[in-house]
Design a protein around this ligand. Sequence first.
Ligand SMILES: C[S@@+](CC[C@H](N)C(=O)[O-])C[C@H]1O[C@@H](n2cnc3c(N)ncnc32)[C@H](O)[C@@H]1O
Length: 158
Amino acid sequence: MFNTSNEISYHASSVLRIANVLFAAFMGYRSKYDLEIFDASKRELFKGIESTGKNKKFTLLEIGVGTGMNFGYYPNGTHLIVIDPNPHFKKYYDENRKKFSNIKSEEVIVTTGEEMNEIKPNSVNAVVISHLLCCVNDIPKVLHNIHRVLVPYRMRCT
Ligand SMILES: C[S@@+](CC[C@H](N)C(=O)[O-])C[C@H]1O[C@@H](n2cnc3c(N)ncnc32)[C@H](O)[C@@H]1O
């Protein structure tokens, strides 16, 4: 029985913390199986990214990075910025990023796709959201933020 709203919010935050720890551990455990299952479709999906990143400095933002399942698909030299609201993914993300010295990955920024005020406007060349939109609370807000942070792309036609 809860007596005060403080008690209720204390218990709710404990439950949320336990859920976050378990979810991160579950995803960490599943990673190697998911890599096999999704490998062919991810190769196809990430083809476009390679051609964009060939010559220039290429900054990529991954929202909801989790354990960092997509590192293997990013072009050499990619500057990778990542966010995830669940701080318990950090351990798995850090273990995984050690295997990919060909990309320059930053520390995880703990925030949501709805907020992510730390990411400057017009500052990234590509945004990756894999298995993300099923998890967020406000899809239009996340899409608005993606539009905000992407460098405008201009095509030159002659
Ligand atoms: C199903 S996992 C996918 C992880 C990873 N992108 C992948 O493909 O393996 C969803 C991820 O989104 C994160 N997430 C949940 N809500 C979020 C939000 N509002 N903004 C950003 N990330 C969120 C979760 O913490 C989790 O890491």
